[in-house]
Design a binder for this molecule. Structure first.
Ligand SMILES: Nc1ncnc2c1ncn2[C@@H]1O[C@H](COP(=O)(O)OP(=O)(O)OP(=O)(O)O)[C@@H](O)[C@H]1O
Ligand SMILES: [Mg+2]
Length: 361
């Protein structure tokens, strides 16, 4: 079992460069499946390495089950990790690859056999135990790497982009398998990815990171529905949320020659917080913009590109000089004009300077 508490964690690799992790604070309850998500270089792998004890913590404290872990050696932490570029031993069978950590710990032969066979059954590898990695598919190799991590019965499982080397189909399949595995084992897990779809589908709780800072933590639903800042709003959700710089005149949002009416409660909220006659960011997701005048007033959009998403099209166009993405059932031609209306009950507002969400208190 593992309860984690991070207090003001900082990491600086060299004195000449700035900190890579600036002020990481988080508490993780036993059994949670946390997904750390953020763009490349934001510090995700660095965080995992510090948790595993493979990198020193520059400042701050990290507690596991109440014990301060900062200077506890990696081997004494009872943490298992699947790396970004997992490596299997090519000359060893699947069985021996999975058993590797147990042999080092001098586990008895009988125990090793039981544990490896159990893990193989869970991971669907029973028929492959005698094979060597080069004769396995990508997904089977991936599961072997997972097997090696789970047989150790660690208190905490860390996974660093374990699916990045797999094709799209296999990734989706493995996502489900990992979630099912977690449901059975209930091992506290921190899973790292830069893929926001993976984060939304897998996490019991998401932690969004950007440039070494934690931007927001919450359930996938909460983070999607109420992003606390502009970064999270743009990063979570695909296709991305549309963001427009607008002027709030006290009752409507002015953008170019368009005037977008907003709800009474939004007017009141913006007015109460001093945004009357101010510029703000207005955000709306593509799925909340509809062709025609479903939501009263309609606005004109000039189409640039139509992209097939599968069952529908993503239309990229221009709205008053801003990029806009909307969904449509039919493709449109570049240069076409399209009337759309906004479902303002799903509008998001952000402060222009702090980029924080403007919300009811
Ligand atoms: N050993 C190191 N020495 C110096 N700088 C490092 C070291 N490892 C990572 N960095 C820097 O720290 C920052 C964060 O790197 P990190 O690997 O944690 O990012 P990441 O979020 O895992 O990115 P990715 O999604 O690309 O894997 C980057 O700017 C990187 O260049
Ligand atoms: Mg990384």
């Amino acid at each position: 079992m593992a309860h984690l508490h991070f207090k003001h964690i900082q990491k600086q690799y060299s004195s000449t460069d700035g900190p890579v992790i600036k002020d990481f604070n988080m508490e993780v309850e036993d059994g949670e499946f946390i997904v750390l998500v953020g763009p490349s270089g934001c510090g995700k792998s660095t965080m995992l390495k510090m948790i595993a004890g493979l990198e020193d913590v520059t400042a701050g404290e990290f507690f596991m089950n109440g014990t301060k872990m900062n200077s506890i050696p990696s081997k004494d932490r009872n943490i298992s990790m699947v790396f970004q570029n997992y490596a299997l031993y090519p000359h060893m069978t699947v069985f021996d690859n999975i058993a590797f950590g147990l042999k080092i710990k001098k586990t008895s032969k009988q125990d090793i056999k039981e544990k490896v066979e159990d893990a193989a059954a869970v991971l669907g590898l029973t028929d492959y135990l005698h094979r060597k990695p080069q004769s396995l598919s990508g997904g089977q190799r991936q599961r072997t790497a997972l097997g090696r991590a789970i047989v150790r019965d660690a208190d905490l499982l860390l996974m660093d982009e374990p699916l990045s080397n797999l094709d799209a189909m296999l990734r989706i399949k493995m996502r489900k398998e990992i979630i099912q595995l977690h449901k059975r084992l209930k091992t506290t897990t921190i899973y790292v990815t830069h893929d926001q779809t993976e984060a939304l589908t897998m996490a019991s709780r998401i932690a969004v990171m950007n440039q070494g800072e934690m931007m927001q933590t919450g359930t996938p639903q909460a983070v999607y529905k109420s992003p606390e800042n502009l970064f999270t709003a743009k990063f979570i959700g695909s296709p991305a949320m549309n963001i427009f710089e607008v002027f709030f005149d006290g009752s409507e949002l002015i953008i170019g020659s368009s005037q977008i009416p907003i709800s009474k409660s939004a007017q009141q909220m913006l007015a109460e917080q001093g945004y009357t006659q101010q510029k703000i960011y207005f955000g709306i997701r593509p799925e909340n913009i509809h062709p025609g005048s479903l939501h009263a007033e309609s606005f004109n959009i000039k189409v640039r590109v139509s992209e097939l998403l599968g069952s529908e099209y993503l239309i990229d166009g221009d709205f008053e000089g801003f990029d806009i993405g909307i969904k449509a059932n039919t493709p449109l031609q570049p240069g076409d004009n399209l009337a759309v209306s906004f479902d303002m009950s799903h509008a998001h507002y952000f402060d222009l300077n702090s980029e924080q969400r403007i919300d009811h208190f």
